[in-house]
Design a protein around this ligand. Sequence first.
Ligand code: PMP
Length: 326
Amino acid sequence: MQYANNILETIGNTPLIKLNKLTAELPCLVLSKYETFNPGNSVKDRMALQMIEDAEADGRLKPGGTIIEGTSGNTGMGLALAAIIKGYKCIFVMADKQSKEKVDILKAVGAEVVVCPTAVEPDDPRSYYSVSKRLGEETPNSWYVNQYDNPSNAKAHYQSTGPEIWKQTDGKITHFVVGVGTGGTISGVGKYLKEQNPNIKIWGVDTYGSVFKKYHETGIFDEKEIYPYVTEGIGEDILPKNVDFDIIDGFTKVTDKDAAVYTQRLSKEEGMFLGNSAGAAIKGVLQLKEHFTKDDVVVVLFHDHGSRYVGKMFNDDWMRKMGYIE
Ligand code: PMP
């Protein structure tokens, strides 16, 4: 018989799937690392399990403990699945710009969810950074995960996602393109790939309203770059420790409109029903066209599933209201 002993054993080993129509204008092969095939429907299952197991190993997380995190949903799902199997409680803090589906999904896997306003400074006591930190201090036998600065985040991708991509492409990958939020995915995968072949180019996809691109190019943390944006999952108004700017060759910024439109196009033209950051990522690949030549093998990572966005990017009334479609 072939079976997994529990849901956590099915994390990772996701397929690599070729893009066909959307990338027809590019000279090279474009492959997507399709992370929605993880049991929690996102790449975040990998780092959630790693963060928990590392915290168990060094005693930060104790039996029967409560896991506390500020999460836009996917990390919460990964943590919640692991918590169910391993016997922990979860409290998640989310910003109110996140879709209602994401809140409901986390409640469905047994987590308590606290929603905070988006339009406040990170150091405001109402911000989701501050609230999650405070809950961590106030709740007995709790562990505050802090995916932004927790090194187990990038480590998960260094140990699993990176090696999988290297093996699946037979070492032929030339470019890796991925949306950047906490930075765990780009930093872990990028470090592993550059250790195998330093010529591999690592590109981050950023959003307008986020600090990454300007900081990478100038070393300046420019507060003028920060303003509210619609794209979910990528971009930050802080510099997480998990972003290793040294292994990143460059960033490209994608507009909210393009990210939303390309999220729909991936679904309707490739049959890839994916989240908003996948739309941003594939548009980012198209924007980098001039960097690619005929024999290149470009891998773009798609983080999560479309079901979490049915009220937004897959809802034409919402798309019209935002001015993204006629
Ligand atoms: N896309 C989605 C949907 C996400 O939830 C995240 C995590 N915030 C990212 C992209 C960015 O990944 P990372 O945090 O590893 O940079």
